[in-house]
Design a protein around this ligand. Sequence first.
Ligand code: MRU
Length: 359
Amino acid sequence: MIEPIKWKNGKIVFIDQTELPRKLKYVACKDVDILCEAIKKLRIRGAPLIGVAVSLGYALACLNSKEKTLTGLKKDLARASKKLRFTRPTAVNLFWALNRMEKKFETSRLGLWPRSKNIVRASGASREHKAVITQIKRIILKEALNILEEDKLMCIAIGKNGARLIKNGDVILTHCNAGILATAGQGTALSIIYEAKKQGKKFKVYADETRPLMQGSRLTMWELMRNNIDATLICDNMAASVIKNKGVTKIIVGADRIAANGDAANKIGTYGLAVLARYHGIPFYIAAPSSTIDKFIKSGEDIPIEERKPEEIIYAGSKQTAPVSAKVYNPAFDVTPNGLISGIITEKGVYEIKGFRRI
Ligand code: MRU
């Protein structure tokens, strides 16, 4: 299986997803600013993968720091964390991962350098300080690699839990890319498809192209075809007639943030699919790790929705497809209200929305 992100020889190596499907290009990155640019430009994208990327970015900042004191290192890390936090606003995995990294730094700092040590002689203190900083750098890198490895296991668990819902003859519609390219493992929504295939189930998949950045046609089709899934590409505006005329039996998508009441933000166009599912009487599932659930946000109304540049709509690639000065509205995500969601598939099980009860 391809790895959209990994840690190799002190660098973050990632697939530049803006180059797909034409080119499978790996980029080696040793600089937090370059990583931030890659997340903003969607070279690295997908909620769980963004979470993994920022934790590796935090570790990179820690290893790159030339500071000789814990106070200096703490300042360097706070600066890096701030930059990473400003890359994209919707995927909560980004904030979840950075909170976890910051907590790890704080607990190891306080564990290895209790306040009482501040009274030791200055020369001895600086030698000891150096040893503690080296130890903290090791702990922080280990924590980022733990997040990466846990993501792989989480993907498999989501896949296995969701595959129980797949029946022979199913016709599944998906949107955007919630697959291998969106995680450090085998995806969330698409992990279910890969696990069902492993179990020998026979089904078909339709993939929405996902305007304006085409994550469905560029990324989902690319990875489903590489993994021998019976997949057909459609334009977003074909979804209603494909559901009606091609017998779609379920819709499965990912999520960027799920509020405490189960409202779920995902790639723009998802809400429309949930409405279509209700009209046609088919189930609509969200597949996401529990790190995508934001229990501090009561409902979808409070989920910050990223608005992106007009150019993404005015141009299709390099071709101009609208007047350059056209007034444009370009939200990257929408919110599906909990009432339209049949179930949330996480690594812990499948839950219906009412009180997040397991089903
Ligand atoms: O803008 P993107 O490509 O980062 O949006 C990605 C999605 O909307 C995915 O469906 C979501 O992050 C879940 S990925 C497992």
